[in-house]
Write a new protein. Sequence first.
Length: 120
Amino acid sequence: MVSTTYITSTKSITVTSTSADASADLIYVVPDYYDSTVDMIIITNGGTSSAKITLQLFHKDDNQYHNIIKSKNISGNTALNVLDASRMHLHAGDKILAYKDSGTFDVTLSARQLYNPSRA
């Protein structure tokens, strides 16, 4: 029987990168031997002006970067709930990253991590 016991992980970063892929700011990486369900991603624009941000998924299985949102314009002093009621299911080595065009962004992510000895 597979265990349904999980641990939670919450990460929050200030986005400083203005470049994509490996140069983007790392928000979260799924640890070895874990599967993860991302329940929440909130982006806040703490500046007074609108600015654009991109969130990416690095999918370890194919070693490719994929856009979750691309150049999303967010008004100043507002927040965006990226997933709404959706969830993301990730595996060991998958990553969530962010970069911006300009502005003052923070990104907060919350995930449930389930131990899976077949993931390395």
